[in-house]
Design a protein around this ligand. Structure first.
Ligand code: FE
Ligand code: FE
Ligand code: ZN
Length: 291
């Protein structure tokens, strides 16, 4: 079964997001842990959390994905920017444990002139401070488009962050199809090669989530502009191959396409479900023969 959902506003709480997800035929969702620009998080609503958890079980939800504010820069040279990123990540991860066993995604950051190697070591140093041995949340590094001085637009850079992190078993990767297409991975003509490269450099077992977006900007443009599914430079045909690829088809997919309202996501989910080939259960024949 396709695991799919979209980015939702968290303003009305977890139960509300879950109900919206069911209304658009999804079984997971993504949300910002706080205002995307990084302000104070809302206080934890235990009632909402327990209602959500029961609802999620009832409706067969898959793990959900939290997204850190995208303005954080854990690679920053500026001490205040760096400390702020650490504080937010630390607080978010503490809060995530109220919903055990889910995922938390963040943008690795931009080195803003210090160079990639220093940026990477700063990101890893934050992770070494905020990751805890007993946490149940998997923290995902998002693969980026490579705009400006962004770190994490090459698989090798993501690998280096993992290598410099002590509790690296807590880390996974989120591939954003718009980002990696824009950063120069040809997922239209060379999806197999791209995934083989990912497997060689990072390992497919680290791939925990996919942001499924089309790209307004062309291949290798290093520009991050999402487009509706099938309306951009990646196109529907390539996106259908992505959701059906044996290495990807069981991963959770999160839409971050520009939509005015939920009906846009509902349509995309419906289209993708129609084009998703449920694999026949290979054991079925054997079970039937036992009758
Ligand atoms: Fe993101
Ligand atoms: Fe993304
Ligand atoms: Zn993006």
């Amino acid at each position: 079964m396709l695991t799919i959902g979209c980015h939702l506003s968290a303003s009305k709480g977890f139960l509300h997001m879950a109900k919206e997800t069911v209304a658009i035929q999804g079984n997971t969702f993504q949300f910002f842990t706080r205002n995307p620009r990084g302000s104070q998080a809302k206080s934890i609503d235990l009632k909402d959390i327990s209602l959500f958890q029961a609802y999620a079980v009832e409706h067969h939800f898959k793990p959900i994905l939290a997204h850190a504010p995208y303005t954080l820069n854990p690679a920053a040279e500026n001490p205040e920017t760096y400390e702020f990123a650490k504080l937010v990540l630390e607080d978010d991860l503490k809060r995530m444990e109220y919903l055990p066993g889910n995922m938390y995604n963040f943008h690795p950051g931009s080195h803003v002139g210090q160079g990639t190697a220093i940026g990477i070591s700063r990101i890893a140093s934050i992770l070494n401070d905020v990751l805890k041995p007993n946490q149940t949340t998997t923290v995902l590094l998002e693969a980026m488009s490579g705009k400006g001085t962004e770190i994490g637009y090459r698989f090798e850079e993501l690998r280096q962050i993992i290598d410099q992190t002590q509790l690296s078993d807590k880390l996974g990767i989120c591939l954003d199809t718009c980002h990696i297409f824009a950063s120069g991975y040809d997922i239209i003509n060379h999806l197999d090669d791209t995934l083989n490269q990912f497997d060689k450099v990072i390992g497919l077992d680290r791939l925990k989530a996919i942001h499924l977006n089309d790209s307004l900007k062309p291949f290798n443009s290093r520009k991050d502009r999402h487009e509706k599914i099938g309306k951009g430079e990646i196109g529907l045909e390539a996106i259908v191959k992505i959701i059906n690829h044996p290495a990807l088809k069981d991963k959770p997919f999160y839409l971050e396409t520009p939509q005015d309202d939920l009906s846009g996501y509902a349509k995309e989910i419906q289209t993708l479900k129609e084009l998703y080939q449920a694999q026949p259960d290979t054991n079925l024949g054997i079970i039937q023969n036992n009758d």
